[in-house]
Write a protein that binds this ligand. Sequence first.
Ligand code: ASP
Length: 358
Amino acid sequence: MFRSATTRKRRDFLRTGIVAAAGSMLGLKVTKGGVGAPAIKSKTLRPVAISSGNGLAATEKAMEIVFNGGDCLDAAVAGVKIQEDDPEDTSVGYGGLPNERGVVQLDASVMHGPTHRAGAVGALENIRYASEVAKIIMERTKRVFLVGKGALEFARMYGFKEENLLTEQARSLWQYWIENRSKFDDYMTPTESLDDIPEQLRYFIDTGGTINLNVLDTHGNLGGCTTTSGLAFKIPGRIGDSPIIGAGLYVDNEFGAAGSTGLGEVNIQTCASFLVVEEMGRGKTPTDACMAVCQRIVERTKVGYLWRDGRPAFNVNFYAINKRGEFGCASILSGSQYAVHDEDGARHMDAAYLYERG
Ligand code: ASP
């Protein structure tokens, strides 16, 4: 069986969900690291928001909107914008790590279950709210995906403010990377040991970044958003899985919603988020669906990203909710956490996983 800290919690959750459904109004509390969500009341079954580990405040924001009767996708985008605004989150929006030329290029996607519509933006420069641009593409055009210069012009037309997204912290981490990437280039290489890697960079290398947030609202509708600055120091123009519908995000209002963080290329090559939702549609629990896709990715990865003994040298994480409001998360490597907010309040939980890290 899968090692999962979530399994027991999920059973508890099912039990508490039934009690809640049988009766009364829900009063939410905030546990571990919460930022004080108001007591929220609802008559409906199990609305829930699930996110990557950096999204605790995002899930709280989303649930506040949901419990005021708001739409699943409005809630998801309002939530992720907290991270897009945060200069300390070097994986998304303002303060995200740049590409190899020092330019921040953002990717994002949204998907709205009730209308089965999607919007996405890739390699967007100078606009911090990539999530919102993706949502406007979905709402105001007949198209799904805009990239680069066209995406920027589109955002300008809708009144988005242009700004320099490269913070001093991100710039200095980029400078460090440039100076240390090779012994055979023009730069002195001050760092001799991997132990000397700046802490923020080590964190990024070890855990990755990006925020994915999926929401089940009080109308029983599902929506999701994934937004990122992508892999740090990527080749200019590289677009990962986050803005690719079916790879970094997928929502089917009958079955569930799923999204991902981690190495985007393997998700693109397996249509990974689509597959998580399909597995839920075939009856798997969210955690088991996420695990099945992690397993599929490992089985299909034959070239690159592997240690000599064949074990994966990369990670991906999946975050999923089904139509009943059950949720789960799984990763290829151990050590990931996710954020969730339901009637038990906002909290971090450990992801199920396939391999011990290291
Ligand atoms: N999935 C993102 C990408 O490949 C990066 C990440 O989640 O860390 O662009």
